[in-house]
Design a protein around this ligand. Structure first.
Ligand SMILES: Cc1cc2nc3c(=O)[nH]c(=O)nc-3n(C[C@H](O)[C@H](O)[C@H](O)COP(=O)(O)O)c2cc1C
Length: 292
């Protein structure tokens, strides 16, 4: 193990509904606290990468269908300069490092390696799930509270030169490939988003869409074919004016708002993890919270 002494780190992150941007901020805080210079690059359509001399790339993304969202692949392939520096890939999921999530970083790691990066570290972080099944508030708040210490452990590893790479099972690789079909579903999802009467044409959705997939026509949002199914517009619309027209089952009817969750749970005593994460669905979350 050698001490790599990273002094300038680029944190490149994609986030739909805010979990991964919280993770990015936690890393920024941790690294800055150690005197490391940090460059923050949010992955969005139309934002080119500035040339810089960082010595570590920290790539963060939410897991989408056992994979990374398409925009992350595009960013690596089309925007990232070729470099022979170290990289770490951190995936952020609602389910944790359990089958079939475990192959979710493979594709982005291969792409980074093609660009000359030496991927020295990979890990899964867990945040409350933003789709299909709501994470119980008491479990969700635990995930938010444990984040700084998880980020500290990873930063310790990186600074000490610990190498951490995984070898996903064959079946998880297959699932990851199958998950690629979600990208087609995402396009259909975007094209079918419905605008209800609450819309006051404020343009928040147009400004916020990380894929630049929304335009305004006659004071109504119009959706193109570049949707990433990140759910930012649906959950974030200040007037609750957007609804899924297809794949409705992906949407949490309670919405997804981490700030509201923190407010609701202020002062609430934390229940034991074992009481909260019982079924197979939460097995990976439980493991994450109980491991050190
Ligand atoms: C379309 C879609 C697919 C997802 N697929 C998975 C998945 O395969 N495994 C998982 O554990 N979580 C999955 N999630 C949950 C997200 O990875 C998780 O909630 C993440 O924290 C969201 O990050 P963000 O708020 O930065 O977008 C999915 C979420 C979406 C919107």
């Amino acid at each position: 193990m050698e001490n790599p002494n990273f002094s300038k780190v680029r944190i490149a992150y994609f986030s739909g509904t805010g979990s991964t941007s919280r993770v990015a901020t936690a890393f920024e805080r941790e690294l800055a606290g150690r005197g490391v210079s940090v460059l923050m690059s949010e992955i969005r359509a139309g934002f080119p990468l500035s040339e810089d001399n960082e010595d570590l790339l920290l790539l963060l993304f939410p897991v989408h269908a056992f994979n990374a969202p398409e925009i992350v692949y595009n960013w690596i392939d089309r925007t990232l300069y070729e470099k022979s520096i170290s990289a770490a890939v951190i995936s952020v999921s609602g389910g944790g490092e359990l089958s079939p999530n475990t192959a979710c970083r493979l594709n982005s790691i291969h792409r980074l390696e093609k660009k000359g990066y030496s991927v020295v570290y990979e890990k899964m972080l867990v945040m409350p799930s933003n789709c299909f099944v709501k994470t119980d508030d008491r479990l969700a708040i635990r995930l938010l509270r444990v984040l700084p210490s998880k980020v500290k452990c990873i930063t310790d590893d990186l600074m000490r030169g610990v190498v951490h790479r995984t070898t996903p099972k064959f079946i998880d690789r297959v699932f990851s490939r199958v998950g690629e079909f979600e990208k087609r579903g995402a396009k259909a999802f975007g094209e079918n988003i419905q605008v209800n009467n609450n819309c006051n044409a404020c343009g928040w959705c147009k400004r916020s869409c990380p894929a630049n997939n929304i335009s305004m026509l006659n004071n109504r949002p119009m959706f193109g074919v570049e949707c990433l199914l990140c759910l930012k517009c649906i959950y974030g619309c200040p007037n609750k004016a957007l609804e899924a027209g297809t794949l409705k089952f992906t949407i949490l009817k309670e919405g997804y708002d981490l700030n509201a969750l923190e407010k609701r749970m202020e002062g609430v005593e934390l229940a034991p993890v074992e009481d909260l994460a019982k079924s197979y669905l939460w097995k990976g979350v439980k493991k994450y919270l109980l491991e050190d």
